[in-house]
Write a protein that binds this ligand. Sequence first.
Ligand SMILES: C[S@@+](CC[C@H](N)C(=O)[O-])C[C@H]1O[C@@H](n2cnc3c(N)ncnc32)[C@H](O)[C@@H]1O
Length: 229
Amino acid sequence: MKKTEQEEIDEFNAWKCKCIERGYYWLLYRYNIINHMIDLYGYVNYLEIGVHNGTCIRQIKALHKDGVDPGAENVIVPEVNYPITSDAFFELVDGHDIKYDIIFIDGLHHDYQVYKDINNALKHLQPNGTIVCHDMNPMWEIVQRRDRVVNAWNGDCWKAWVKLRSERPDLSMYVVNTDNGVGIIQFGNQICINLSEDAFDLSYDYLDANRNELLNLISIDDFLKIYKV
Ligand SMILES: C[S@@+](CC[C@H](N)C(=O)[O-])C[C@H]1O[C@@H](n2cnc3c(N)ncnc32)[C@H](O)[C@@H]1O
């Protein structure tokens, strides 16, 4: 029997909701969030760690953009002006008064590396700057395994996030529930979470059971209210 139009709309909405929940479809992408912060604060200097094919950096409206990528996935685009690892980049700028307004961290998706990248980025962030981190809210166990077994790979970046949520009362940290989890870090304050073990030893089940608190997860609506242009 042919479906009524309303049944078709209901079916579409149910599918769309499911896709949003499970992370196939997003209303805002990482670059929309970054551009929103650029508009809000008038940021000029942008650094992207992990550029790949340039999908994100090309959308970014900042006047000055630096891209870091060693070509680990055999892709280097012209937007990459530092074809080296993030560690090598931060060594290069170490001791120099080089500060960015906004830094996007999306390089090697391993907890210890993301933790290092965020800490290094904090040393080169303007006092009113923002760090944006990708892949902070994996929706399946399989996408967050250390070894990449699926194409859409978040890795265990979330553990670096949770570690900082447990030890840095001087930061403000939110994960926007969109595009694999977009983390926003600024200098500010937060009430640190208590962990009974090292964040790097946490299981995916633990994340799944405590997602909101561990990540400080917010909706897109909340994001637009907190960071109102
Ligand atoms: C997920 S892709 C980046 C996608 C891009 N940021 C975007 O949003 O379109 C991850 C990139 O990180 C790079 N990468 C891997 N190890 C890295 C490292 N140690 N330092 C910096 N980048 C690294 C890879 O070469 C790959 O191009």
